[in-house]
Design a protein around this ligand. Structure first.
Ligand code: NAD
Ligand code: DAU
Length: 343
């Protein structure tokens, strides 16, 4: 493993993973291959541009020609795929791009792993593939996948292809299923960065329904470390859950953000719930723990670091809250008769 192709590396987790790799493995050569959708930002990669082991290529994972050329030119031996459409609310509005990238794109990547005989490939997936998990239960990797949103279904579809290619063609592939990530460089459409950036500007925080839904909010670098452990020590054809094991209700998360920023709880605004909203996810992480991984951050540490980053990096997120973002925000919140764009 020496020449890594990081697809979707201009996004939130992918760009943090590049940082993780350069810190941990200074000898690795990293090629980020990314379509640069609204969520993929060259700004996220600025800090690597002068690194002599770093290259960026703009391309779609569903475009076999550009993908194949990139693999050949840079003698890629390892793939880690982060490329995906990732926002559940957008998948409810317009599922098409999710099928294109998360299903068809995964198929094109698998064909490339086969054609170029890569040493190994890791596909980053999500705990959402298990669907809603009732209280008292937690998902293990062999559980049936029961996705309930177009996003989760497209990720599960991609996963099924990964497993099928392992069985049928003996491909050296691994899957990870992470819980909700928080930390630097997350596009401010996701709940945590949306709430932090709204709160900084005294704009209401739109909480879906009663806000009693549970998520496992893990710090992004913990997730990156888990992906690294699965990449280096995981078994081909296996999936690995990665999460902190701590469940937090959305209302508790929102209160924590407001308290850290010294803002009033009256900024919370209950709005129409998400269609088909999964109220709870919960994963067991014993399998990745046996490979030597452990979560390093408590929820309190993770949310505090995240809030601090958004307070200190307003030049990163303020320009994002314009143009396409405002169109999306209007459709998602204001046109539904809820949420507000102003203080
Ligand atoms: P993100 O939306 O921040 O970034 C996605 C990246 O993929 C962007 O850079 C985008 O330009 C790129 N991309 C999209 N379509 C592409 C295509 N067709 N070809 C090439 N590049 C394309 O996403 P993220 O939050 O960093 O998530 C990364 C991966 O981790 C995804 O596969 C997601 O399903 C998974 N995941 C995310 C979380 C989370 O909480 N964010 C949790 C578990 C798993
Ligand atoms: O579980 C892993 C998944 O976590 C990833 O696979 C997805 O890519 C990632 O987007 C995330 O999905 P969620 O739907 O859980 O994340 P989101 O930040 O959109 O929402 C978190 C919770 O907050 C969820 O219960 C919905 C709620 N929410 C979200 C938004 C955007 C609100 O109450 N208000 C909001 O405005």
């Amino acid at each position: 493993m020496h020449n890594l192709l990081i697809t979707g590396g201009a996004g939130f987790i992918g760009s943090n993973f590049v940082e993780y790799l350069f810190n941990r493995y200074p000898d690795y050569r990293v090629v980020v291959y990314d379509k640069l959708t609204y969520a993929g930002r060259l700004e996220n990669l600025e800090r690597f541009q002068s690194h002599h082991h770093f290259t960026f290529v703009q391309g779609d994972i569903a475009d076999p020609d550009t993908l194949g050329k990139t693999i050949e030119i840079y003698a890629i031996d390892t793939l880690v795929n982060f490329a995906a459409e990732t926002h559940v609310d957008r998948s409810i509005m317009a599922p098409d791009a999710f099928i294109h990238t998360d299903v068809h794109g995964t198929y094109v990547l698998l064909e490339a792993v086969k054609a170029y005989q890569l040493e190994r490939a890791l596909f980053v997936s999500t705990d959402e593939v298990y669907g809603h998990i009732p209280h008292g239960m937690s998902s293990v990797e062999d559980d049936a996948l029961k996705p309930r949103s177009p996003y989760a279904a497209s990720k599960a579809g991609g996963e099924h292809l990964v497993y099928a290619y392992h069985i049928t063609y003996n491909l050296p592939v691994i899957v990870t299923r992470g819980t909700n990530n928080i930390g630097p460089y997350q596009y401010p459409e996701k709940a945590v960065p949306l709430f932090i950036t709204n709160a900084i500007d005294d704009i209401p925080l739109p909480i879906y329904g009663d806000g009693r839904q549970m998520r496992d909010y893990q710090y992004v670098m913990d997730h990156c470390e888990g992906i690294d452990v699965a990449l280096h020590h995981g078994h081909f054809g296996e999936a690995y859950n990665i999460g902190s094991g701590v469940e937090t209700e959305n209302m508790v998360m929102a209160h924590a953000i407001l308290d850290l920023l010294g803002k009033p709880h009256s900024l919370i605004q209950h709005v129409t719930d998400r269609a088909g909203h999964d109220r709870r996810y919960s994963v067991k992480t014993d399998k990745i723990s046996t490979l030597g991984w452990q979560s390093q951050h408590t929820f309190e540490e993770a949310i505090e670091k995240t809030v601090r980053w958004y307070v200190g990096n307003q030049d990163w997120w303020r320009p994002l809250k314009s143009g396409e973002y405002l169109d999306y925000y209007r459709k998602q919140y204001v046109e539904r008769g809820s949420g507000s764009l102003t203080a």
